[in-house]
Design a protein around this ligand. Structure first.
Ligand code: F0G
Length: 352
């Protein structure tokens, strides 16, 4: 038995990096595929959670970032830039720090979770906030990278999606065949594109089949569902607060080629799934991540998920990134006297 080596060494033959390319890794990937007993019971399906919050910076972005930063170093780049709702910037900052690159991140002012901001800052990135949406940030970052000597590490950088497709490989290795349905949140639409690519590649080589791709946007930020750009996207799920996804057409292709769907879930459904995951599955995710599970429950409710199917829901980011939502919906801490009697009384315990 040997330890996990990170996604580049584990899947090198399937990634567009030469044999001598430098590897910048935090040993990302190899994340748990956790059976979800309560969700299985609620849906009559065999449900698993792909827990991407277990990655080094707490989200799936690390899979793409290890490849994008390694390629940037190999190409002699000195500086990287990205637009972000928070997780891409946290990941870029960490991998850039490790590689000794300068990193700048562009985020929508006041709209990224506290933990993600802490991550970008602690890793030494330049954090630029602008008064606008993620979509405005991405436009500025793209044009900047076209004009100045900085490498763009958003998912429009092809190395990003190549790295992210490895999550599908891991699921296929764990289950042996593709699930019937794969649910995931959709923001800039890179991840649904990457998973679909990963499932197709493996199926081409090993005949493992392909799932139906079920993507879920937040109702106030659902351009693909509505069929038009959303100029002022709104949702508590800040990670997917995006009105004009870069990989829009790829997501539509994944949906249509797989016989899947892309639907909207509202903030109330997202928060209900967020709490269910924490309280009944023991899995603490950030609100945006719960969109996959909210979507599974909603489509099951609508009769679109036949019982007995095998379903994987990707939960994309760690709950610790956005602690405000955990605290606001929960019971308050109770202050007690510093005695056994004080604790027993607060807990309503009787002597045995
Ligand atoms: N879940 C989380 C936690 C995310 O951070 C993101 C995207 C998504 C889902 C959606 O993935 O964009 O590939 O469709 N976050 C990006 C960022 C936009 O800047 O961190 P997608």
């Amino acid at each position: 038995h040997r330890g996990w080596r990170g996604i580049i060494e584990e899947y090198r033959d399937r990634l567009p990096l030469g044999p001598d390319a430098p590897v910048v890794t935090l040993l990302e990937g190899g994340t748990p595929l956790v059976p979800a007993a309560r969700l299985s019971e609620l849906t009559g399906c065999d449900v698993y959670l792909k827990v991407e919050g277990a990655n080094p910076t707490g989200s799936f972005k690390d899979r793409g970032m290890t490849v994008a930063i390694s390629a940037a170093v190999g190409e002699g780049s000195r500086a990287v830039i990205c637009a972000s709702t928070g997780n891409t910037s946290a990941s870029a900052a960490a991998y850039a720090a490790r590689a000794g690159l300068v990193c700048a991140v562009l985020v929508p002012s006041g709209k990224i979770a506290l933990g993600k901001m802490a991550q970008a800052l602690v890793h030494g990135a330049r954090l630029l906030q602008l008064d606008g949406s993620f979509d405005d940030c991405l436009r500025v970052a793209r044009e900047l990278a076209d004009t100045y000597p900085v490498t763009l590490v958003n998912s429009v950088n092809p190395y990003r999606l190549e790295g992210q497709k490895t999550a599908a490989f891991e699921i296929l290795e764990a289950l042996g065949v593709a699930p019937d349905i794969h649910c995931l949140p959709v923001g800039n639409a890179g991840n649904i594109t990457a998973y679909w690519r990963g499932y197709n590649e493996w199926d081409g080589d090993f005949g493992t089949g392909r799932p139906r791709m079920f993507g879920f946007q937040a109702a106030g930020a659902a351009p693909i569902v509505r069929g038009g750009v959303v100029t002022a996207p709104q949702t508590i799920a800040t990670a997917i607060r995006i009105g004009n996804p870069a990989s829009w057409q790829f997501a539509v292709d994944a949906r249509d080629e797989s016989g899947g769907l892309i639907e909207a879930v509202n903030d109330r459904q997202i928060l209900a799934a967020y709490r269910l995951l924490a309280r009944e599955e023991g899995v603490f995710v950030e609100p945006s991540s719960a969109a996959s599970v909210a979507g599974l429950l909603a489509t099951h409710e609508a009769g679109k998920v036949a019982p007995g199917q095998r379903v994987v829901c990707t939960v994309t980011g760690n709950g610790l990134k956005d602690p405000d939502w955990a605290i606001s919906g929960a019971a308050k801490p109770e202050t007690i006297r510093p005695t056994v009697a004080g604790a027993a009384e607060a807990l309503g315990l009787r002597r045995s």
